[in-house]
Write a protein that binds this ligand. Structure first.
Ligand SMILES: Cc1ncc(COP(=O)(O)O)c(C=O)c1O
Length: 279
């Protein structure tokens, strides 16, 4: 399970949901592995939104979340507030040993996994700081303020605002562009041209092709995600982003065509795709 759902507006996974998944996994005898990227933001949302958790600390909530898991992976550049790196954890020693062999083959020895000692120190410190309520409140508050600014300009965004990103509804922003011309990607390109803002498409391009028919899959929503890295931007930067998004919104009627694929990889095409602007 990923906690804090990236493709659904950065919304959290509730403790009740995690508990339910554990029950289901026990019934079918499968492991529960948590993808822990943004686990602290998830804990923040449990604290602020779920009944019974308002008095608990972020760390106690995180401990309870992980109590339902057999293992975990962590992309540390999320809530461990570092530039790079990660780690894995298992309850079962045998599984840990098996995974460690792969670690040595592909990353580095088990105790450092390809990371430098000083990066590991920073990561350990980041786990403490990233689970401070005040830090999370300030970070998630900054994301919410950006979302509110963009929304106040009339731009359709997903609500409630998530923990790490604003999700713009590109289907409503550019309804004149058909899904086959990748409206959300078109909007992402336009935001880059307008203000150098790098968002990511979460729409037809990312949904990729049906593995059997090879036809494009069209998800229910065409979204552009503006993910906000932590401790990088000031509120002034957020004002700049909001102004750029509003500028594109003002002239949206003049964006009449989308994009066509020039090159795509057989899987996960959105990472390396090359596109032509249609005119
Ligand atoms: C939920 C989630 N898990 C894992 C990853 C991968 O992390 P990394 O780039 O550190 O391998 C990402 C995005 O980068 C993510 O959003």
């Amino acid at each position: 399970m990923t906690v804090t759902n990236n493709t659904a507006g950065g919304q959290p996974v509730s403790m009740a949901n995690l508990r339910g998944v554990r029950k289901l996994a026990d019934k079918y005898k499968v492991l529960v592995i948590i993808d822990s990227a943004r686990f602290a933001e998830n804990a923040y949302f449990i604290k602020t939104r779920e009944t019974g958790y308002s008095e608990k600390s972020i760390r106690d909530i995180a401990r309870e979340m992980f109590s339902f898991a057999d293992g975990m992976t962590m992309s540390s550049k999320k809530d461990a507030i570092v530039n790079i790196g990660g780690f894995i954890g298992f309850r079962d020693k045998e599984l840990f040993r098996k995974a460690s062999t792969f670690n040595i083959m592909f990353e580095g020895f088990v105790t450092y996994g390809g990371m430098a000692g000083r990066d590991m120190n920073a990561l350990a410190q980041g786990l403490y700081e990233g689970t401070e309520f005040d830090y999370l409140e300030s970070r998630i508050g900054q994301v919410a303020r950006l979302g509110e600014k963009i929304s106040a300009a009339g731009v359709p965004v997903q609500v409630p605002i998530g923990g790490h990103a604003i999700f713009i509804d590109a289907g409503k922003f550019l309804p004149q562009i058909p899904a086959g011309e990748f409206p959300a990607q078109r909007l992402a390109v336009e935001l880059y041209l307008e203000g150098g803002i790098r968002g990511v498409e979460i729409g037809t391009l990312m949904a990729d092709r049906d593995p059997v028919t090879r036809l494009n899959r069209h998800p229910a929503l065409e979204l552009v995600r503006l993910a906000i890295p932590r401790r990088v931007y000031t509120d002034n930067h957020m004002d700049y982003v909001a102004a750029a998004v509003s500028n594109v919104w003002e002239r949206r009627d003049r964006i009449t065509r989308g994009l066509a694929i020039k090159y795509e990889a057989p899987i996960m095409r959105h990472f390396t795709v090359e596109l032509d602007l249609l005119s």
